[in-house]
Design a protein around this ligand. Structure first.
Ligand code: ADP
Ligand code: MG
Length: 333
């Protein structure tokens, strides 16, 4: 992305650590889960950044900490909106967050459990407008109908209940609800992961079209690399609470550098034989409550050498828009 434009979001050293307590009568803190640790990246207006990694790597925690669904332990998440609003979401109190809430939204994974089964489609989609007192009466109805059309549903669907819809249609209802307040920034957390592959493609196309039409900026979370490929401009790969590699999407797929990214990609079917890789991903995913010393990936890494079990590698850029946290970077230079 061009660096002449200021980022919409600057995340710096963002951490979310959860204390772990002992069982029994007297609860003592016995440890700390570093669910998101020293997360840093920029996100530009209109861009889609993918956040990928195995289950438990800290993707959801990162998304929720940025949106302030949970309070970060430390670090900052600075938003600069086109109208001049410039805030560090990580530093705001609950009441200070209110004007920010309408500008950022989350689309959830499971369209079956995230929609209230006792509410009609109209009430589900209209609820944010009602809560924030943005519209009522016929104006509200018109806004809901307009949003239903935008997500590929029909206004006559509005009095039905979620159970009457397929998985893909329910996800469209969830998207309509997230976008009705016209946010600038959207976190899509495994938004298509529960859907069939053919339906995934339709919903990804819809998210892409809506991004163009409404000028949205996405943080697109997925455990599946093949999903992010079709929508993301850049991709950040997470392992055990940290970003281990961040690169433009095409470059990441064509020339993955971190051994973990290589291993992840080797598991994705690739039609190009030059890109097919022989790395394998054996061993257990690191437990963010009991991280190995040095690089958290070193016990599973086929390229591991002595330094890796001692020093934790920092995320560093190569001066050409690629970032990596791996000691191979220094050794190769
Ligand atoms: N509220 C919580 N309390 C304690 N640990 C948590 C909490 N939420 C998440 N975790 C832990 O943080 C780690 C990252 O979780 P999560 O962000 O959900 O990962 P992902 O979305 O990549 O699957 C996991 O080890 C998870 O068990
Ligand atoms: Mg998750």
């Amino acid at each position: 992305m061009t660096s002449a434009v200021a980022p919409l979001l600057e995340v710096r050293n963002l951490c979310k650590h959860f204390p772990v307590f002992s069982q029994g009568f007297v609860k003592r803190q016995i440890g700390m889960v570093r669910a998101a640790d020293e997360i840093s990246f920029d996100l530009y207006p209109g861009e889609t950044l993918g956040l990928v990694g195995e289950s438990g790597s800290g993707k959801t925690t990162t998304g929720r900490a940025i949106l302030r669904a949970i309070k970060p332990t430390s670090g900052c998440a600075r938003f600069r909106f086109a109208d001049g609003m410039d805030v560090d979401a990580a530093a705001l109190s609950e009441s200070e967050l209110k004007p920010l809430r309408t500008r950022m939204q989350m689309i959830f994974q499971d369209p079956f459990s995230s929609l209230n089964p006792r509410m009609t489609v109209k009430d589900i989609v209209a609820e944010p407008l009602v809560i924030h007192r943005q519209a009522r009466g016929s104006e509200l109805d018109d806004m809901v109908d307009d949003m239903l059309r935008k997500v590929g549903l029909k206004p006559e669907h509005r009095n039905r209940y979620p159970h009457a819809f397929s998985g893909g249609q329910r996800q469209r209802i969830g998207i309509a609800r997230a976008l009705i307040m016209r946010p600038s920034f959207v976190v899509a957390d495994e938004a298509v992961s529960a859907l069939d592959v053919s339906v995934q493609a339709q919903v990804i196309n819809l998210l892409h079209d809506l991004q163009q039409e409404l000028g949205l900026t996405y943080l697109f979370i997925a455990h599946d690399l093949s999903v992010v490929r079709h929508i993301c401009d850049r991709v950040a790969v997470m392992y055990a609470g940290r970003i281990v590699e961040l690169a433009p999407c095409d470059e990441l797929f064509a020339d993955p550098r971190h051994p973990y990214t290589r291993a992840l990609l080797a598991a994705v079917p690739n039609p190009d034989p030059d890109v097919r890789m022989s790395f394998d991903l054996s061993g257990e995913v690191a437990d963010p409550g009991r991280l190995p010393t040095g690089c958290a990936f070193h016990p599973r890494c086929s390229a591991c050498f002595d330094r890796c079990s001692v020093d934790r590698p920092e995320l560093k850029d190569d001066g050409h828009g690629r970032w990596m946290a791996c000691h191979l970077q220094d050794r190769d230079n």
